[in-house]
Design a protein around this ligand. Structure first.
Ligand code: ADP
Length: 581
């Protein structure tokens, strides 16, 4: 219920639109509720004409038919106006919620994305936002007006005959009791069904993302099987849900049928005995008949709203998920004067798995530090800590003496340029991808950056040159080309500090040379940490650090470390094709 009120509060964000939508629906209902009164007038005209035995059409007929027509037309017209404003209104709510969710999603720490699949997050947001629309539409333009309709109809029925009124009023709580009794059973299955659909969406998204791997391992069948098995589970749950719903509907239909049978039976009986007029009977019948549909509808909508609230609740949960990394309230902007970096007694683990253990390290301003070590030794984690994607559990990291936890994340990340081994490009043009780090960059600056990154020649050969769209994640470019665009991006940003993750996969020697040249041009004069795999990179570095199980096991220059005869000298001995393996 708390979430339901929260959804309504959200819907009430634009009060003006809400007011117009509610006002138009109320007017439309007022016309609708009066229609049977005009209908009664028409029947009374027939009754009087029959009594007088004349075939002349009395003037009261024209009045009644004019009223009848006016009420119908006004009801329909206001219904459409209401529909228009309702659409405006719930789209406004969609805009407000989507903005909040998107902004919040971007503010969440990496941890959230590492623990939740893309498909799951996407399904959760899409479903929640759309279902909130449905709830607003259902609650405020259908449930509330229908409820008002039933109350007015019951009031009018009471005025005709108190027995009719009582019958109609008694059927409403019976309907609601049936719904309340069955709802928990339905909701149970809905939860399972939703989990199953999220998994299904996750499988599909993952397959699309990893389609290259799937095809190269020829594992299409395995993924198809997993997909079909999850799909069948989703369908099974949907059928189970519908079966339970049908079971509940049987009880609701019985309640509805009994109400109608009672009123029609008593109505005809009392009309024959002269207790009520034919007009009064048709009036009673019209209101009963027209109330049954809303009643049915309301209980169905209540089920639906409850079902949809589960999805909305999940979006609210996402909105309530706090980012693990937040700016300190007194955070200042990072000011990089020289660019010296210091890790002091750093300890960090993913949950209980300690990955960096009491590590201390200094990178003097303008120097190049190369980190080498076996896979899983904690190299990437260390640089993630520098950008504050995670917070250290012990120890501090400073840049020019400023603790990374005391500066704003925005200024910290603006100060550090990151070039990752798998360069992630957006499905935009080459120029837009280079300018991603500085959207205000002029075309000339983009071209200079591309030239420095040794990317200008291959760009000149692309079909639309700088305007060529690179495909999702840059698939239309080779690995080496993607990396050079990434380097051009970093050159354009020109940050004082650089973090590079060198590619482990080997490229042809020409691309390799072009990338190396571009990288060293980028590095010049900047404090740089490179997660290094190439011997040539390591040999050019000012300091080499060897990491082993989250600790620094060796540190020095290439010649120092070779002389030490430790892990580094072993890596050096078994290097192949210029790579430390
Ligand atoms: P390296 O870069 O040296 O290969 P990483 O820093 O990526 O090593 O990983 C160090 C250890 O931390 C590995 O055992 C890895 O499995 C673990 N690890 C890395 N990222 C995560 C994560 N997001 N959640 C849990 N464990 C992680």
């Amino acid at each position: 219920m708390r979430d339901f009120w929260r959804a309504l509060r959200l819907a009430a964000s634009d009060k003006k639109l809400m007011f117009i939508a509610l006002a138009t629906v109320t007017v439309s209902i007022a016309f609708n509720v009066a229609i049977p009164l005009a209908f009664k007038m028409l029947f009374d005209v027939i009754g009087e004409a029959a009594k007088s035995g004349s075939t002349a059409v009395p003037p009261s007929f024209w009045q009644a038919i004019a009223l009848y027509a006016t009420l119908w037309i006004a009801n329909d017209a206001f219904g459409q106006v209401n529909f228009y404003y309702t659409v405006l209104w719930y789209n406004k709510t969609r805009e407000i919620l989507s903005r909040r969710v998107y902004a919040h999603l971007e503010s969440l720490s990496l941890n959230y994305f590492e623990n939740n699949s893309v498909g799951k997050i996407k399904e959760r947001i899409d479903k929640g936002v759309w279902e909130l629309n449905d709830i607003i539409e259902a609650t405020l333009t259908e449930i509330v007006p229908q409820f008002i309709y039933i109350l007015i109809a019951a009031g009018i029925l009471f005025s005709v005959n108190w027995v009719f009124g009582t019958i109609l009023m008694a059927s409403a709580p019976i309907f609601i009791l049936i719904s309340l009794k069955f709802s928990p059973l339905l909701l149970q299955i809905q939860d399972k069904s939703r989990d199953s659909n999220e998994k299904l969406s996750g499988i599909m998204t993952e397959s699309i993302i990893n389609i290259k791997t799937i095809k190269s391992y020829a594992t299409e069948d395995r993924h198809l099987k997993a997909f079909i098995s999850q799909l069948l589970e989703s369908i099974r749950l949907d059928i189970k849900y519908v079966s339970r719903r049908i079971f509940m509907n049987i009880f609701r239909l019985l309640a509805m049928d009994f109400t109608q049978i009672a009123i029609i039976g008593l109505g005809v009986y009392w009309t024959i005995t002269g207790e009520i007029t034919l007009g009064a009977f048709t009036l009673a019948w019209q209101y009963t008949n027209r109330s049954m549909q809303p009643l049915w509808y309301i209980t169905r909508l209540i089920d639906d709203v409850q079902k949809k609230m589960r999805s909305v609740k999940r979006v609210f949960e996402l909105l309530d998920t706090e980012s693990e990394i937040v700016d300190n309230p007194n955070a200042k902007k990072l000011k990089v004067t020289k660019g010296s970096i210091c890790f002091k007694n750093i300890t960090f683990g993913y949950k209980d798995h300690k990955v960096v253990k009491n590590l201390s390290l200094e990178v003097p301003a303008g120097k190049v530090l190369a980190i080498v070590g076996k896979s899983g030794s904690g190299k990437t984690t260390l640089v993630k800590l520098l950008s504050r994607f995670y917070d250290t559990q012990k120890g501090i990291i400073t840049i020019d003496g400023q603790n990374v936890c005391d500066v704003t994340q925005k200024s910290l990340r603006e100060g550090i340029g990151v070039v990752l081994q798998d360069s992630i490009l957006f499905n935009n043009s080459v120029a837009e991808n280079i300018a991603y780090s500085r959207p205000s960059a002029k075309r000339k600056e983009i071209e200079i950056a591309a030239k420095q990154a040794n990317a200008d020649l291959f760009i000149a050969n692309l079909p639309s040159k700088y305007e060529t769209v690179v495909g999702e994640r840059g698939v239309k470019l080779s690995g080496g080309e993607q990396q050079r665009i990434n380097i051009a991006r970093a050159i354009l940003k020109n940050p004082p500090i650089l973090v590079l993750d060198e590619a482990t996969s080997s490229l042809d020697s020409e691309s390799e040379q072009l990338i190396q040249d571009a990288l060293w041009r980028l590095i010049e004069g900047k404090t740089t940490i490179i997660i290094a795999h190439r011997l040539s990179t390591v040999m050019k570095a000012d300091i080499i650090v060897v990491m082993d199980k989250g600790r620094i096991s060796e540190m020095g220059t290439h010649s120092d470390l070779v002389a030490q005869k430790g892990i580094y000298s072993k890596l050096f001995e078994i290097q192949s094709g210029g790579y430390l393996t």
